[in-house]
Ligand binder design. Structure first.
Ligand code: AMP
Ligand code: ZN
Length: 496
């Protein structure tokens, strides 16, 4: 991999804490520590979850591309995440285990394996460390003891709560989300009398396990389990230090999760934990956030197979990823058939240009200013990872490549080498799109064309009342793993 020029290393990052774009300077020169909240593995990840993880894959890849030695830690939440944010309800994993009558760790295993398969289908790089909450119970207990020792937590009936009001007297609670403690108190609906907490704003560091709670560990306060926010403080500190460079997650984690992480770390270590807070925006469906709980979501496998009610055809992972990167990670992105199909055309155009790039021949002069174009590509990524602007620049180059390959323009050898290394670096290393051989990228189109031809023949057979033929076409496709779906808008297909 060729490193970009040093002047291309002027990266600005939008810091959700200061709400400003700031020049990125790592704590230790040349090294970057990055922590991203991983999935709670009680269900299949939906495409919205994937958008956040792919946003951070782009960020990880770009930091590496700039030559930084990055330690990327992304956890697996396998305990402690209750059904709602106010420290009540069942543990999400325990609930799934109860419903399916299996061990909680079977739930964890099943959905962790699925998550890894999906991430690798998207060609996302694995993190450098992928720690689990259950693997760090001791570290979490140690942090609670430190917070208790500092006077910012209290024990009640075998549970330990973080004292938000006490903390706010000395430090500021709410600085990331911009919430004020007085407003939180005024807006709270929880009745203090029904709770063990001194104040409804307090949050659990450790919860006593009721007899029926199967996910439990011994602690100085009796058998129980850690509060959800604690694991990220424990694991980020353990692997990246008390202060580290980047902490990321989806926008919906800002409050309470990340706010509580800041409070825990400040109470425990007396230092601010994160230098750049980064939040990825939501993927929506029908204008509403994709979410596991509401059912308003589409699963990656449903997208890849076409087995869903939204898409008119199966979509390859690389196309779905390209679609996501055509929006900036801090913008809301709405998922629709039309939008993805438009992205697919663009993706195809870019990949065709990548193939042609290999056979272009050099000349004695250049019709295109390649150097300034390279600068604009890096300027886009350096402006808070602006992938849509980068992709617009790649499309510009694709136009040039088409002209060059048709002999309608010229390029010198130096410019050609620069164009090739920059295109390959940005398309394959940074965007993480898979290298496709000529013809291979048309596989989907060829399949579409062949199945659509059979659909036409079936329609003709039906019109001629030749039902033996029309049924045979449907059944033979079914045997081959291709399911026809008759709908109002005609017949579509999905892969089983
Ligand atoms: P969870 O497994 O619910 O803890 O979520 C894993 C990650 O996905 C978190 O960073 C969430 O913020 C993120 N996330 C959840 N829903 C969406 C969505 N609709 N769009 C983008 N990211 C999401
Ligand atoms: Zn977290």
């Amino acid at each position: 991999m060729t490193l970009p020029k040093s002047e291309h290393r002027k990266l600005s990052i939008y810091n959700s804490l200061t709400k400003e774009k700031e020049l990125f300077t790592p704590l230790v020169p040349e090294f970057v520590g990055m922590y991203v909240c991983g999935p709670t593995v009680y269900n299949y990840v939906h495409l919205g979850n994937c958008r956040t993880f792919l946003s951070f894959d782009l960020i990880y890849r770009y930091l590496k591309h700039l030559g930084y030695k990055v330690r990327y830690v992304r956890n697996i939440t396998d305990a402690g995440h209750l059904e709602n944010d106010a420290d009540s309800g069942e543990d999400r994993i325990a609930k799934k285990a109860r419903i399916e009558a299996i061990e909680p760790m079977e739930v964890v295993q099943r959905y962790t394996v699925d998550f890894h398969e999906i991430m690798s289908a998207f060609n996302a790089l694995p993190p450098d460390i992928e720690p689990t909450a259950t693997g760090h119970i001791i570290e979490q207990i140690q942090i609670i003891e430190k917070i208790l020792g500092a006077g910012y937590a209290y024990e009640k009936n075998g549970s330990v709560y973080f004292d938000v009001i006490k903390f706010n007297e000395d430090q500021q609670y709410g600085k990331l989300s911009g919430r004020k403690i007085e407003d939180m108190i005024a807006n709270t609906r929880e009745l203090a009398a029904q709770s063990e907490k001194k104040n409804p704003q307090d949050f659990a560091l450790w919860k006593k396990a009721e007899p029926q709670h199967i996910m439990r560990w011994p602690s100085p306060w009796g058998d129980g389990f850690p509060g959800w926010h604690l694991e990220c403080t424990a694991m980020s500190t353990k692997y990246l230090g008390e202060t580290f460079d980047i902490h990321g997650g989806g926008m919906d984690l800002k409050f309470p999760h990340h706010e509580c992480e800041i409070a825990q770390a400040e109470a425990c270590n007396k230092t601010t934990p994160v230098r750049y807070w980064m939040h990825a925006n939501m993927l929506t469906l029908n204008g509403k956030k994709m979410a596991k709980s509401t059912g308003n979501n589409i699963l990656p496998r449903e997208l890849f197979s076409g087995n869903n009610a939204i898409m008119s055809q199966p979509i390859r992972p690389a196309v779905a990823k390209f679609f996501m990167y055509q929006a900036h990670y801090r913008s809301i992105l709405d998922f629709s058939d039309q939008a993805i199909l438009a992205s697919e055309k663009g993706y195809q155009r870019l990949m065709e240009a990548m193939n042609k790039l290999e056979s272009i021949e050099d000349s004695d002069s250049s019709d295109y200013a390649i150097g300034p174009w390279v600068d604009s590509c890096y300027a886009a990524m350096n402006d808070d990872f602006n992938s849509p602007i980068l992709i617009a620049q790649l499309f510009e180059a694709a136009k040039w490549i088409n002209n060059l390959s048709e002999g309608g323009a010229k390029i010198t050898l130096d410019d050609l080498v620069l164009l090739r290394t920059t295109m390959c670096g940005l398309v394959y290393d940074v965007l993480g799109l898979p290298k496709e051989m000529e013809g291979q990228n048309n596989g989907q189109q060829q399949l579409d064309a062949a199945v659509n031809l059979l659909i036409d023949l079936r329609n003709q057979a039906r019109a001629n009342k030749d039902f033996a033929t029309s049924d045979a076409i449907r059944d033979r496709l079914q045997e081959a793993g291709i399911q026809l779906k008759d709908g109002k808008e005609g017949t579509s297909f999905s892969l089983r």
